[in-house]
Ligand binder design. Structure first.
Ligand code: UDP
Ligand code: MG
Length: 241
């Protein structure tokens, strides 16, 4: 088992202009002491504020910072997929751009990943810093997903995760898939574990999801995911010549 993986932090960005500079500072502070090769890949999902201008500035200032910008808003899952395709390192680290996830958790999550020889390590927001409605609907969503999709992790909705990049790129792409990453990895035979991570209130910008929309769309996606599970192509190579 290799024990010094390089990292690509993949961050979807939709109108997060006020969060990007502090986020980049926190990523840099968390990763530099690890002494690994790393990069940050921001995917601007058609922002209409100054996010892209800030990303250009961050990339100009540090060669480890890269960005892609979509022509138009395509959703958080699309941004992750594009980021995984662009990632150049062994592992992808996923997180939100709004500072709700804490980059300071990355070293410990990576520690779990490498110590246990995992393919995926997931954050679990033990103490959610969201509105009551969001906490309840997210708990409900997590519970329903777990019931209907089989084995998964406690908090699929926590964006802070580490995955083997090659396996992340083999997940079938569809809108809303980011809520099912643990399933899509487990079906490939991934070894998955989770640990509690920090969660912070959103201080700048606004949440991009309405509770009802998310519940309805998430419910529809569940039907598709159940079908996909029954038809998923998973195989292991026994021999090659
Ligand atoms: N996001 C995105 N495209 C979208 C919606 C959201 O790239 O269409 C990004 C957003 O900028 C943030 C992350 O996805 O980095 C999570 O979004 P948000 O914080 O609004 O979700 P919540 O925390 O409210 O569940
Ligand atoms: Mg958020």
């Amino acid at each position: 088992m290799q024990h010094s993986h390089s990292l690509s932090v993949v961050v979807p960005v939709y109108n997060e202009e006020a969060n990007l500079r502090p986020l980049m500072e926190q990523i840099r502070a968390a990763l530099t002491p690890l002494g690994r090769e790393w990069e940050a890949v921001f995917v601007d999902d058609g922002s209409t504020d100054q996010s892209l201008a800030v990303l250009r500035e961050l990339a100009d200032a540090d060669p480890r910072v890269r960005y892609l910008a979509f022509v138009a808003n395509r959703g958080q899952s699309a941004a992750f997929v594009a980021g995984f395709a662009a990632a150049r390192n062994d592992l992808v680290v996923t997180m939100d751009a709004d500072l709700q996830n804490d980059p300071a958790d990355i070293p410990a999550l990576l520690g779990l990943f490498e110590r246990e020889g995992l393919d995926m390590a997931c954050g679990l927001r033990a103490k959610r810093r969201d509105t009551f409605v969001k906490r309840i609907s997210s708990k409900f969503g997590n519970a329903v997903r777990t019931r209907l999709t089989g084995k998964t992790v406690t908090d699929t909705g926590c964006s802070l995760k580490i995955m083997r990049a090659d396996m992340a790129r083999r997940m079938p792409p569809f809108k809303g898939m980011h809520r099912f990453f643990p399933n899509l990895m487990l079906w490939q035979g991934a070894r998955v574990a989770e640990m509690p991570v920090n969660h912070r209130p959103r201080n700048a910008g606004v949440s991009k999801y309405g509770t009802l929309d998310r519940a309805v769309q998430g419910g529809m996606d569940l039907l598709g995911v159940r079908w996909l599970r029954s038809r998923f192509i998973a195989y292991q190579i026994k021999e090659q010549g």
